[in-house]
Design a protein around this ligand. Structure first.
Ligand code: NAD
Length: 290
């Protein structure tokens, strides 16, 4: 397939490289003009999108996506698939999809989980919103870049799935970290705490697979000085998106709101910027009740 790839950052570059390595004809554009193995560089987003069967965007936020979409939609070939893999607000995803559809394109919102490691290894999970025809056309590309693609329903539903998942993740990480800090103060050994909780009703991905306590459970960023992994500021971005969506849909999400406030304080005033999101544990460890 002829693919235009726009946004060749930490995630986009390895994704584009994997598509090129699988034999697709990939033309890439990034405002930072990065070189990616096997990817033909273009001078503009419009040049990368023109004549492509599929255009993939991997951009920082909804405002940038809207601006890039306004440029490339008129340049794209009718019937082409426009896949946005960025994590953006549901409203931006739905607005861009409506414009693309009106121009005769097949839009998909397809945010990912799996991080930079998953992008490099081609093991991402795609959560996809948009119609089934577009999904079937893009499926072979999802299979190269990832290990799983779930069709979640109409446009915007991929972003909805992503932020609901990550709201659970943020809330659960905080619960796991505050429980470890409480266990410390009660004199409960961390290994014993892990052994019990990981096989009891408090188990979760954050405890069992990504334990925030160093030296306990499987290898995780906690064992590497809390170097990300999944940075606290990216968790904050996704939690904020969950709260934008909750406001827009009039949903009551008190735990999501509290998690957003805690990560906001952690990132903005407590040195959390650049640390893994599990570094909430040393944060709680140092604190007292008041
Ligand atoms: P990044 O900042 O490394 O990459 C974004 C790229 O977009 C940059 O290279 C930037 O130069 C480029 N860009 C900005 N404006 C542009 C424009 N107008 N035209 C073309 N290129 C432009 O970010 P990333 O980590 O690659 O993340 C990309 C998206 O994936 C974000 O929405 C993020 O939330 C999401 N995401 C990231 C991770 C992760 O672990 N990094 C995991 C899941 C999802």
């Amino acid at each position: 397939m002829k693919i235009g790839f726009i946004g060749l950052g930490n995630m986009g570059a390895p994704m584009a490289r994997n598509l090129a390595a699988a034999g697709h004809d990939v033309t890439g554009f990034d405002t930072a003009s990065v070189a990616v193995d096997g990817v033909t560089p273009a001078d503009t987003a419009i040049a990368a999108a023109t004549g492509a069967d599929v255009v993939i965007t991997m951009l920082p936020n909804g405002a940038i996506l809207r601006a890039v979409a306004a440029d490339i939609i008129p340049a794209m070939t009718k019937g082409a698939v426009f896949v946005d893999c960025s994590t953006v607000d549901v409203d931006s995803a739905r607005a861009v999809a409506a414009d693309a559809q009106a121009a005769g394109l097949l839009p998909l919102d397809a945010p990912v989980s799996g991080g930079v490691g998953g992008a490099a290894a081609g093991t991402l999970t795609f959560m996809v919103g948009g119609d089934a025809t577009g999904f079937e056309k893009a499926k072979p590309l999802f299979d190269i870049m990832g290990q799983k693609a779930v069709h979640c329903g109409p446009s915007g539903n991929g972003q909805a799935a992503k932020i609901c998942n990550n709201m659970i993740l943020g809330v659960t990480m905080i619960a796991t970290c505050e429980a470890f800090a409480l266990a410390d103060k009660l004199g409960l050994d961390r290994q014993a705490m892990f052994d019990v909780v990981s096989t009891s009703s408090g188990y979760s991905w954050t405890m069992n697979a990504y334990c925030p306590a160093p030296g306990v459970g499987p290898q995780s960023p906690a064992d590497n000085g809390y170097k990300p992994g999944f940075a606290a500021e990216l968790m904050l971005k996704d939690l904020r998106l969950s709260q934008m969506a909750a406001t827009s849909a009039d949903a009551d999400t008190p735990m999501g709101e509290m998690a957003t406030k805690l990560y906001e304080t952690f990132v903005e005033t407590e040195n959390g910027l650049g640390q893994d999101f599990s570094a909430m544990l040393p944060r709680f460890e140092k604190r007292s009740r008041t």
